[in-house]
Design a binder for this molecule. Structure first.
Ligand code: ADP
Length: 215
């Protein structure tokens, strides 16, 4: 049976009743204790070309160098594997983010500091991921770069193609981007280097006590 608002061809209503959650013997807190850190998902959001991947990579390297256990989930990479069946319609973007949220939650449950780099244009989707995670385990990181700057950078030539009509539903051009209203970290990249942006994020993580024990 299908419902009008069904989001996935694999939806299984029976699972809600018959599949029972099994608590694991080793807890998230115990896994995190071994890693001497506080698990958290750093959810980078911003326009294409704003610098999400570049800054997230720089942050991950800094964290790794200081002995933190991390994992970076990058938008394009995930679309080559887990989400290769999804396109760029609004519905597909919602499902893309839902799956990534669930994966990020698993990595955080393993005690890691997780970095995700996805445009994630809709506030409701980002809020949904926040709600998946425990209090304090989701930080929305707004990589704030004006459209003109992103378009001038155009690292993958995608804006050029979107302006030429070769790519449809391109965020910022013919698909909406909802900027975070109250991001946990607000990084303005236009007047700073990648290094400065990454350092700012690592500093904030330290200030917020996510890095205890390894530095
Ligand atoms: P996104 O992942 O948001 O699509 P990318 O990280 O792939 O963006 O691309 C951003 C581009 O902008 C890169 O080529 C990067 O070198 C360049 N860039 C210039 N200045 C900055 C900065 N301050 N922060 C991030 N990226 C910057």
């Amino acid at each position: 049976m299908t419902s009008s608002n069904q989001t996935s061809p694999y939806e299984n209503k029976q699972a809600e009743h018959d599949v029972v959650w099994h608590n694991t013997s080793v807890t998230q807190a115990e896994r995190a204790q071994l890693k001497k850190q506080q698990p958290v998902v750093l959810w980078f959001t911003g326009l294409s070309g704003s610098g999400k991947s570049t800054i997230a990579n720089a942050v991950e390297r800094k964290l790794w160098l200081s002995g933190q256990h991390t994992y970076l989930l990058d938008g394009d990479n995930v679309r080559h594997g887990l989400n290769k069946d999804l396109g760029f319609s609004d519905e597909a973007r919602v499902e893309n983010i839902r799956r990534i949220g669930e994966v990020a939650k698993l990595f955080a449950d393993a005690g890691n500091i997780v970095l995700t780099a996805f445009i994630s244009p809709f506030q409701s989707d980002r809020d949904q991921v926040r709600n998946l995670l425990s209090q304090g385990q989701f930080l929305e990181v707004f990589i704030d770069t004006p459209l003109e700057v992103c378009e001038a950078r155009d690292p993958k030539g995608l804006y050029k193609k979107a302006r030429a009509g070769e790519i449809k539903h391109f965020t910022g051009i013919d698909s909406e981007y909802q900027a975070p209203k109250s991001p946990d970290l607000h990084i303005e990249t236009s007047s700073k280097s990648v290094e400065q942006c990454a350092e700012e994020i690592v500093q904030r993580l330290g200030d917020l006590s996510y890095l205890t024990g390894n530095q």
